[in-house]
Design a protein around this ligand. Structure first.
Ligand SMILES: C[S@@+](CC[C@H](N)C(=O)[O-])C[C@H]1O[C@@H](n2cnc3c(N)ncnc32)[C@H](O)[C@@H]1O
Length: 360
């Protein structure tokens, strides 16, 4: 059986048509003509497996690592950076159309690709000393995982985090282990259980971009602040930065990092973002910077933001579906002023997206 790949689904799989139903074929590229076999039939679609390339894309990468089909993180390993960019922009446009009914123009979408397409991750999570097979409990003990220089093996059992920054730390997220990392002239304590961006090159780029998008001498509210990296970055351009974070480990590092960098105009708040906003009667802040986890802001937080109506919102997201959903609820009061995919997770289907919203 053969088909041509005519679009992509959310997981970066090529989609063809077979017997009037979509067929999702991992590791295929737009416009490729391929031979496939059926793995599973679902009610609304098929799942297929690539058997042979009839007309391969010129943007195909043939240098594939061992077990790439089974390990999470290699979804786009068969694409070069042009194909990956095409997929990520395509998926952003489709997601915003489908979820928010917003028509993003291709020429308005900026895209940042760092130098490193592989070996960019400074953190890895292992299960029983190895990498977990997708949708299974099987463990792979590999010598190399191309997305990081960290060897994907450990002698420790259970869920283990390894971070490779100034020094290498390895342990459970509740252990009292920490290291440091420098971003330009700032230095940060990073505990094993805290949030820290995994790709330093892209992280630096996006923090500088956020700083550039913020007007000078404003009062900023940094929501979901982690260990305070964004707050610290924008501190010397701002009148004040109030930053809200709920996680114990991240918040402790945040307090430490304010001292370490001698930052005088940052007010850290350990609270749930929703509760913080709910208790804010009058909006004193000019700009909100929000960087939530994959679940997004959700309705109740958006509702509070819509009540407080800051002039600008800078929204950094690692999940464009929840971002589109939140922006759908904000679009009555805000215009999208700037949009940029920053490729934080090359070779994976994950899309990190930065949006600047201006009040109408
Ligand atoms: C994607 S990280 C962003 C961290 C930081 N902006 C950075 O660039 O490193 C999201 C952060 O939001 C925090 N968080 C999640 N839900 C929260 C909530 N309801 N209230 C406050 N913080 C929350 C998490 O603990 C995590 O540190």
């Amino acid at each position: 059986m053969t088909t041509r790949i005519i679009y992509y689904n959310q997981r970066g799989e090529g989609v063809g048509i077979y017997q009037n139903k979509p067929i999702y074929i991992p590791f295929s590229i737009l416009n490729e003509e391929i031979e496939f076999e059926i793995v599973e039939e679902k009610e609304k679609y098929y799942i297929g497996k690539l058997k042979k390339l009839i007309s391969p894309s010129i943007n195909r990468n043939y240098n594939l690592p061992k077990n790439y089909e089974f390990i999470g993180g290699y979804e786009l390993i068969h694409m070069n950076k042009e194909a990956e960019k095409e997929y990520k922009i395509y998926n952003l446009i489709n997601t915003f159309k489908k979820i928010a009914n917003i028509d993003l123009k291709i020429e308005d979408i900026n895209y940042f690709q760092g130098e490193k397409e592989l070996r960019y991750r400074n953190k890895i999570t292992l299960f029983d000393g190895g990498l977990k097979k997708k949708k299974s409990n099987e463990i792979y003990y590999l010598d190399d995982f191309l997305l990081t220089n960290i060897k994907p093996q450990s002698t420790k059992k259970g869920k283990i985090i390894i971070r490779d920054l100034e020094t290498r730390i390895e342990g459970h997220k509740k252990e009292n282990l920490y290291t440091f990392d420098s971003l330009e002239d700032l230095r940060f304590k990073v505990s094993i259980g805290s949030f820290y961006q995994v790709n330093k090159e892209v992280c630096l780029y996006v923090y500088n971009k956020i700083k550039e998008l913020i007007p000078k001498n404003k009062d900023i509210l940094d929501l979901y602040s982690g260990i305070g990296t964004i707050a610290a970055f924008i501190s010397n351009k701002s009148q004040s930065v109030t930053a809200v974070e709920i996680n114990d480990s991240s918040f402790k590092d945040f307090i430490y990092n304010i001292e370490l960098n001698n930052l005088k105009n940052i007010t850290p708040v350990k609270q749930d973002v929703y509760k913080f906003l709910k208790n804010t009667q009058n909006n004193f802040f000019d700009v909100f910077v929000v960087d939530p986890d994959r679940t997004g802001l959700k309705k109740e937080v958006v509702k509070e933001i819509s009540r407080l109506l800051p002039e600008k919102i800078i929204y950094l997201s690692c999940n464009i579906a929840t971002q589109a959903n939140d922006i759908n609820l904000l679009k009555e009061n805000y215009n999208i002023e700037y949009i940029e995919i920053v490729n934080m997770f090359p070779k994976t289907f994950h899309i990190e997206n930065l949006i600047l919203l201006n009040k109408k």
